[in-house]
Design a protein around this ligand. Structure first.
Ligand code: HEC
Length: 165
């Protein structure tokens, strides 16, 4: 079943084609359809910790992305960034960004965030079916000059121990 109301923010033609594509290719037919996969967490490096009241966020990415950024090179395609969100020390959800060659072309230029796509996974790794990831993209758009990433500006301080935000 296709729930068009999830896609309110899209122009109508895109809604239909994206929903159809999701129906054909994704087990999450009702979710905001996109290409983000759940990352292999055990391969990621936790480089920043954000503390905000009862919320703790662990921000992680690949070793390759960390060294690319530290050298001033572009983040490679296939990279995941993950914000693991704990509430009162209990796992609450994962916010994931993933970059792929040409992935930005799935969106019109006003919405596009380079070649990044965004997804919200609950603790059981199911997609949040209520989320339109356009919200993620519009906020991260402000970080365009840092490849749409907020916390990588702290990577110069990272030498193995996560940096406190
Ligand atoms: C209102 C602005 C805003 C929205 C909306 C938002 N983010 Fe973020 N995001 C941030 C900020 C600010 C950070 C830096 C960490 C912090 O302060 O919590 C961040 C960090 C991240 C990171 C770690 C990489 C980085 O940029 O440093 C990921 C991954 C991420 N967000 C994914 C998402 C996803 C997925 C969504 C939508 C479900 C989303 N974000 C929505 C502002 C936003």
């Amino acid at each position: 079943m296709i729930k068009l109301k999830m896609n309110k923010g899209h122009p109508p033609t895109l809604v239909v084609s994206a929903a159809l594509a999701a129906l054909l290719t994704s087990p999450f037919a009702n979710a905001e359809p996109n290409r983000v996969t759940f990352p292999k967490l055990e391969e990621l490096v936790h480089y920043v910790t954000v503390h905000r009241g009862n919320v703790t966020e662990h921000i992680s990415t690949t070793r390759e992305a960390i060294s690319a950024i530290q050298k001033g090179e572009p983040v490679p395609n296939g990279t995941h960034f993950v914000l693991t969100d704990y509430r009162d020390e209990k796992l609450y959800r994962y916010f994931v960004m993933e970059k792929g060659a040409g992935w930005g072309r799935d969106f019109d230029d006003r919405r596009r965030t380079g070649d990044w796509q965004f997804q919200w996974f609950w603790a059981d790794r199911k997609i949040n079916l209520q989320e339109n990831t356009g919200r993620c993209m519009s906020c991260h758009a402000s970080q365009k000059n840092r490849d749409f990433l907020y916390t990588t500006r702290r990577l110069p301080e990272f030498h193995g121990q996560p940096v406190d935000w």
